[in-house]
Structures are given as structure tokens and as C-alpha cells.
Design a protein around this ligand. Sequence first.
Ligand SMILES: CC(=O)N[C@H]1[C@@H](OP(=O)(O)OP(=O)(O)OC[C@H]2O[C@@H](n3ccc(=O)[nH]c3=O)[C@H](O)[C@@H]2O)O[C@H](CO)[C@@H](O)[C@@H]1O[C@H](C)C(=O)N[C@@H](C)C(=O)N[C@H](CCC(=O)O)C(=O)O
Ligand SMILES: Nc1ncnc2c1ncn2[C@@H]1O[C@H](COP(=O)(O)OP(=O)(O)OP(=O)(O)O)[C@@H](O)[C@H]1O
Ligand SMILES: N[C@H](CCC[C@H](N)C(=O)O)C(=O)O
Ligand SMILES: [Mg+2]
Length: 485
Amino acid sequence: MKLENILKAVSPLQVIGDENLEVTGIHMDSRMVKNGFMFVAVKGTQTDGHNYIPKAIENGATVIVCEQLPEKQETHITYVQLADTEDAVGKLATTFYGDPTSKLDLIGVTGTNGKTTIATLLYNMFRSFGYKVGLVSTVCNYIDGEAIPTEHTTPDPITLNQLLGRMADEGCKYAFMEVSSHSVVQKRISGLRFVGGIFTNITRDHLDYHKTFENYLKAKKAFFDGLPKQAFALTNADDKNGLVMTQNTKAKVATYSLHTMCDFKGKVLEDSFDGMLLDINNREVNVQFIGRFNASNLLAVYGAACLLGKKPEDVLLKLSTLRPVCGRFDAKRSPKGYTAIVDYAHTPDALVNVLETIHEVLRGRGHVITVVGAGGNRDKGKRPLMAQESVKRSDKVIITSDNPRFEEPQDIINDMLNGLNKAEMKKVISIVDRKEAIRTACMLAQPQDVILVAGKGHETYQDVKGVKSHFDDKEVLDEIFKGEQ
Ligand SMILES: CC(=O)N[C@H]1[C@@H](OP(=O)(O)OP(=O)(O)OC[C@H]2O[C@@H](n3ccc(=O)[nH]c3=O)[C@H](O)[C@@H]2O)O[C@H](CO)[C@@H](O)[C@@H]1O[C@H](C)C(=O)N[C@@H](C)C(=O)N[C@H](CCC(=O)O)C(=O)O
Ligand SMILES: Nc1ncnc2c1ncn2[C@@H]1O[C@H](COP(=O)(O)OP(=O)(O)OP(=O)(O)O)[C@@H](O)[C@H]1O
Ligand SMILES: N[C@H](CCC[C@H](N)C(=O)O)C(=O)O
Ligand SMILES: [Mg+2]
């Protein structure tokens, strides 16, 4: 694409050099630059991209986009000076990749919990309506069924626009995307046109990055502040900050709730480990999901689908066929009659949340056995707390390994056990081998009991000393269930 066409997306302070160049690619990382690329220098949290301009040129960049011009300029290079390169990079990338959001409808989901669940369910639902659809999510990105692995919840602006560009080229009509708070602050979504935004909830998280809850909230709110007037902003009226999110948006606000009057009102009529019976806007629907928080997620999905123009009765029909997202409160009944739930809960808070939901549904009719470990080379402070929260809400806890990485598995287990007093220790056994730990839980379980296998969710590996060997909690359970038949 010609440089002069890409530059229409931004307002340069000055351009030095040839604007008629053909740009072959664009990147903000000098290490990824190839011949004929545009390199955009961005100030980051660790270093300043401006330091890598010489490296980018060495790798073949012919256009340098920056805030400060280098003192020594090369004659064969075009320099573009801009006031805010972090904001510009998304706009330049989206133009370079053919303005994908002018060709498909992009819907963003933000909030502390539930983003992956809601975005994935919308992706599955709209595919089953017969559309080609894209998904940008923590677990994996998809271009209508084609899996593209990811390392982020919301990728960097180059990767993101390249992905959306491919979705548009391959005829996707919709794309559903998780919008992390990091991505809003770092303007990874700059230049994208959303037709809708969904808010789930906000609780304390990521304060290592945002420093205060207030900043975290502001980051999420900025996404809604930036939505255009034609878009919808669907918010959770049950969250204390649900209406705060949308108070300054230009978009059309709609609300969902399990408790108050709103546009999309739901109620849990019945719940069990097989699913729930919900009332949504005075229509009953059976769903294959467990727990009040999932009722809330399903309301968001229902609301968004209706706002995208689908008929409520068609949406309800699809809702009843949807299955939980891999590793998110993913329940299976064993031939012996107990239930096993695989969940990605890997923080004290998440364990509280999941275990309380289990008790809400169990209502004292069985015991709860939790299998849990903590990751190596990660926050050590959470280890004793994870053990405490698990023991408080379980009849038996089996402490085991979860990606020990470069630490000794037994040391991590000991850190967890250090959080427990003598009485609590009576409920606990520790088994280093995760497969054995799950097997033991299954042996101990009686019909009606619930086993929570926490921490790994969708992960399909165990990371030991830098080697990722295949390991899948759900596969292990399937194998055990086969033996029970
Ligand atoms: C803290 C954080 O979010 N950092 C992100 C940020 O990097 P940064 O600001 O630290 O960049 P930097 O290392 O200071 O470098 C500055 C610039 O110099 C460039 N550079 C650097 C070195 C070099 O040799 N050449 C070069 O050009 C870099 O490409 C960058 O453009 O911008 C990068 C490009 O977009 C991201 O990849 C990077 O994500 C890091 C790896 C990360 O771990 N982020 C996590 C915290 C994150 O974003 N998480 C959220 C939420 C997850 C959740 O849902 O819980 C997510 O959306 O994934
Ligand atoms: N609406 C909700 N409210 C509270 N907890 C939830 C909700 N939805 C899901 N959860 C819990 O949070 C966990 C993560 O869910 P999910 O992956 O959908 O969230 P996310 O917002 O994408 O998280 P991440 O920030 O890690 O990408 C689940 O395993 C589940 O236990
Ligand atoms: N992606 C997060 C969660 C990992 C969950 C758990 N399985 C672990 O390995 O700690 C991390 O790397 O901290
Ligand atoms: Mg996610």
C-alpha cells in the first residue's frame, strides 16, 4: 500500500522524505521489521521504541513513524512525525489491513470476569445462525473455525488488525472480541469501529498495572466513552458500576439484570449440575450452564444477539443448545453418579467464587472435594490463600501440582500448606502427581458429591522445568470415567 494512503488515517506534524513509497508491512517491534516496512516507535512500560529506530532501519524499514525525530536522519528513509504514536499505530495498522471494521461488525466485551465466556458463546451462536464469524479471546483466536493460537486477551494492534483483516477477507460478517483493560490504556483498539460493547462486571484485579481501582475502572469506562452513537452499549445493571460504565457514552445504552427492571431481565427458576431453567423476558428456557454468574453471562449473550437484530425466540432456541466454554465451570457427570467440574480458577478470589457457586447448587446434598495446585514462578503470596479458601469451602482438599515451571513441586505444595492450621490440615492430603491427585479424588467421591479440579481449565500441558508435556484435566477425568463404566 502506498504510504500517502496509509497516512490518511492520521494527522502528521511533518513528513520528511518520499510519501509515494510502497509500504510492504508495518510493525512496532524492530525485531519483526522486514524490507520495505513501516516502523512505528512507541514508548512502552519497559523501554522506548525510539531507541530501536536504527535497528528497524538495519532490518529493512523504509518509513519511520515517531514522536521525536532522530538527530541523524538517513536520506533514503521517510520520517513521519506524530504527536501520539501509541494512538496512531492502531489507526495506521487498520488502514494498512484494509479497514476490516468497515466490512464486518465488531463487538467488544469488557469486564473483570466473563469476557471469554460471553465472546465465545456469541461466536458459537452466530456461527450456528449460519454466519461466518471471528473470535478474539484469551484461550484462542478463530477465523470461522480456523484456530489461531494467542498469547494475549487482546493482541497488540498489529496482530489484532492483521487478524481482523483476515476475518474480513474471508467473509466474516461478525467478530466478537475481548477488550482487556490493558488494551484500552495502551490504545491497542485505536482506529477500530465497534458496533457494540458489552460490560460484565468489575472487581479488584490487575492493580500491579493500573495501581488503583479507580484507574482500572476508568480504563474500562474509556472503552464505552469511545463507542460511536450508532453502536449499542450493553451493561450489567447488577454490578455496582454497571451504569457508571455507560454514563458518558454516545452509544445506545441497554441493560441486563437478574434483579431489577431492565431491557433484558432474567431469573433463575431452577438449578442443578445438569443446567438451569431460566426465565428471560417472560419466556422460559433450559440452558446447559451452572451457576448464577453464568445466568448473567447468558443474559449478556441474549441481549447482544437481540441488539444485533436477531429475533428473541430464535436467540432463546440457540441459547438452549450452547455448551460451556472449555475449562470454564465445565461439568461432567461420572458413571458413579458424582459430578466433576474443571475450572480455570487460579486465584483465591476465583476459588471462592467457584466453590460458592457449587454450594449454591449442591445445597448440602453431597460433599465437595477440591483438587488444586498453584503455578510455579508466579505470585507466591497467593499460595497459602488458595489453600485456605479451598479448605474453608470443601470437605476434602487434595493439594497437587499446577505448572511447577522451574520450582520444586513439593516446595510449592509446602507454601500452600503453610497457610493452614492443624485443624484445617485434617481435611488435606497432598499428592505431587496431578493425575494421581485427580484419581484419588474420584476414588473418594460418592454419588451426589462434587469434585472441583481447579487451576488449569483449558490448558493442555503441564510445564515442568521449561518442558510442556501433554496434560489435560478433562482427558484425565474421561479416562477415569471410562474405567468406572
Ligand atoms: C505491561 C504490558 O501490557 N505490556 C505490553 C506492552 O509492552 P511494553 O509497553 O512493556 O513494551 P516495551 O517492552 O516497553 O517496549 C516498548 C516498545 O519498544 C519496542 N521494542 C522493544 C524491544 C526491541 O528490541 N525492539 C522494539 O522495537 C516494543 O515492541 C514496544 O513497541 O505492549 C506490547 C505490545 O502491545 C505487549 O505485548 C506487552 O504485553 C506484555 C507482554 C504483557 O504481558 N501484557 C499483559 C499484562 C497483558 O496485556 N494482559 C492483558 C490482560 C490479560 C487478562 O485478561 O487477564 C491482555 O490483553 O492480554
Ligand atoms: N459473570 C461472571 N461473574 C463472576 N465470575 C465469573 C463470571 N463469568 C465467569 N466467571 C468465573 O471467572 C473465570 C474466568 O471466566 P472467563 O474466562 O470467561 O473470564 P475473562 O473475563 O475472560 O477472564 P480473563 O481476564 O482471564 O481473560 C471462570 O472460570 C469462572 O469461574
Ligand atoms: N495465565 C496465567 C494463569 C495460569 C494458571 C495456572 N495454571 C498457572 O500456571 O499458574 C499465568 O500464567 O499466571
Ligand atoms: Mg478472557
